[in-house]
Design a protein around this ligand. Structure first.
Ligand code: B12
Length: 432
């Protein structure tokens, strides 16, 4: 090749790269530390604590957990298949439905693909049928005129489409149509805020559908929806570099990384987001296993879309458990946290003393022990989810929001958030 031609070609390639969303690697020790956080969670194999997202995140990362990882997949299979088999004999899958939501089944399907397995056999078919049935049901809940809402969320709706798509299972056009409409008309926006996580998950589902082109007639609409999602996510970038907040940035990056070259703006936005992620990882913001599982693929330049044809032979570094910190314990300091609930009558306000470093859940437990306060939680893949406060249960499309007084919603759940001395935490019943 002539030197000038080669130079032009090279500058063209570099130019295109600058327009792509590339997340340059971060220090491998930081990545390993994140992976180490997952190891203790992989010992929890009771059906309530199993988390298929952890398996998916690890398989798409640069790390591996050896036999622990194999055992974990085995436990996932036992639990999910037992559930399906149980329902086959009793001809009633209500047990299964309370144990695993459609979103869990979708994540389980992703976990199988992460191990390069396609759903096969009668049990596999039941799983696929169940997910398709769930989407049909959600479609009905949204309604002909798109006036309703899915029973779960557009996040789980998108996740289910994505899972079926990476297994190359066709999703009915009318099901895809509901998600397209929601994205085109911002129907999943909650409390006036764009949920970047939901946009990103929908964007990933659309990108998968676009790749497999199940129905060429839908293609132009899908392509436009992908562009719209990208535009909205880029607009949601904060001055620090996060898309939405720090915890929606991993999924947002997964989606943006699947985008074809679309301008210098995209490339620089991703570099900025990566810088923010690195700083937050260093600050210890990523402790929650679900959040780590959504982040690890990004740090390995992978996305959930790589599950369409995953590389199961890719070399990965073996994780070793972290060494326990043996530095002498500090004298425990006592802090005061005020707990406030205005959504009940009479309103509740109480200052609680706990040890420094306690979680919000510890504060709630202490308040309950003292008396005059009660709460209940439900396990979820993100940890304990607050469902009831002072005997007030959440209604349809309501949730107990966690806020730092006066009005700042917390970015972490009750098990992860550690209040500071003198802080006031409000629990507020709101609609979403
Ligand atoms: C949908 C959603 C909601 C819905 C859930 C209701 C519903 N019917 O779907 C609503 C709007 C109510 C909600 C509330 C909250 N959410 Co939310 N939510 C999500 C979202 C977009 C999808 C969750 C999902 O369906 N996962 C898939 C299914 C298969 O998994 P699952 O475990 O069965 O899902 C359940 C739990 O995720 C639970 N849930 C939802 N949010 C949260 C947050 C926490 C901390 C916990 C423990 C559970 C939980 O609701 C889901 C449905 O039952 C995620 C995004 C993400 N990246 O994961 C954020 C996300 C998990 N939520 C988040 C947060 C911070 C919250 C709140 C704490 C906000 C607040 N300040 O009050 C509250 C929870 C408070 C409480 N009562 O404990 C963060 C968590 C970050 C972290 N560090 O872990 C995320 C990642 C969003 C973000 N980028 O900030 N959420």
């Amino acid at each position: 090749m002539e030197p000038l031609k080669a130079l032009l070609l090279l500058s063209g390639v570099l130019g295109a790269l600058a327009e792509l969303c590339v997340v340059p690697p971060i220090h491998s020790q930081l990545v390993e530390k994140l992976g180490q956080h997952l190891l203790p969670w992989m010992d929890r194999i009771s059906s309530e604590q199993l988390n298929p997202s952890i398996y998916v995140g690890l398989r798409l990362s640069s790390l591996q957990a050896g036999t622990k990882e194999d055992l974990y997949l085995h436990s996932l299979k036992l639990n999910y298949q037992q559930c399906l088999l149980g329902s086959a004999s009793s001809n009633d899958n209500s047990d299964c439905q309370t144990k695993f939501s459609a979103g869990h089944l979708a994540l389980y399907l992703l976990a199988l693909r992460a191990n390069c397995e396609f759903v096969q056999s009668r049990k596999g078919d039941r799983l696929v049928s169940q997910l398709k049935w769930f989407l049909e049901d959600e479609k009905k809940a949204i309604g002909h005129n798109h006036e309703g809402h899915p029973h779960s969320s557009y996040y789980q709706y998108s996740l289910s489409i994505l899972a079926l798509c990476v297994h190359q299972k066709r999703v009915h056009d009318s099901v895809v149509g509901k998600l397209l409409y929601a994205i085109e008309h911002d129907h999943h926006v909650r409390q006036g805020h764009l949920s970047v996580d939901t946009e990103a998950m929908a964007g990933l589902a659309f990108t998968c559908l676009e790749r497999f082109v199940f129905n060429p007639d839908l293609r132009p609409r899908i392509t436009m929806a992908i562009d719209k999602v990208r535009e909205k996510i880029l607009k949601a970038q904060t001055p620090e570099g996060n898309f939405g907040n720090i915890y929606s940035t991993p999924l947002a990056l997964q989606f943006l990384m699947t985008s074809p070259a679309s301008g210098v703006e995209l490339g620089t936005a991703c570099i900025k987001a990566r810088a923010s992620l690195q700083a937050s990882i260093q600050d210890g913001a990523f402790q929650n296993p679900l959040m780590i599982s959504q982040l690890l693929p990004v740090l390995n330049q992978k996305t959930y879309l790589d599950l369409d044809f995953p590389d199961c032979q890719a070399p990965r570094v073996m994780l070793v458990p972290a060494v326990e910190d043996s530095s002498p314990a500090h004298i425990p300091e006592v802090i005061s946290v005020t707990l406030k609930v205005s959504s009940v009558l009479p309103p509740y306000k109480q200052t609680i003393s706990v040890l420094a470093g306690s979680s919000l859940e510890d504060v709630l437990k202490m308040a309950q022990n003292i008396g005059g306060f009660t709460y209940r939680t439900q396990p979820s893949l993100s940890g304990p989810y607050l469902t009831s406060v002072l005997r007030k249960e959440v209604g349809d499309r309501e949730f107990w929001q966690l806020l730092r007084d006066p009005d700042t919603p917390l970015l972490q759940g009750i098990a992860d958030y550690k209040p500071q001395n003198g802080e006031t935490i409000e629990l507020r019943l709101v609609s979403w």
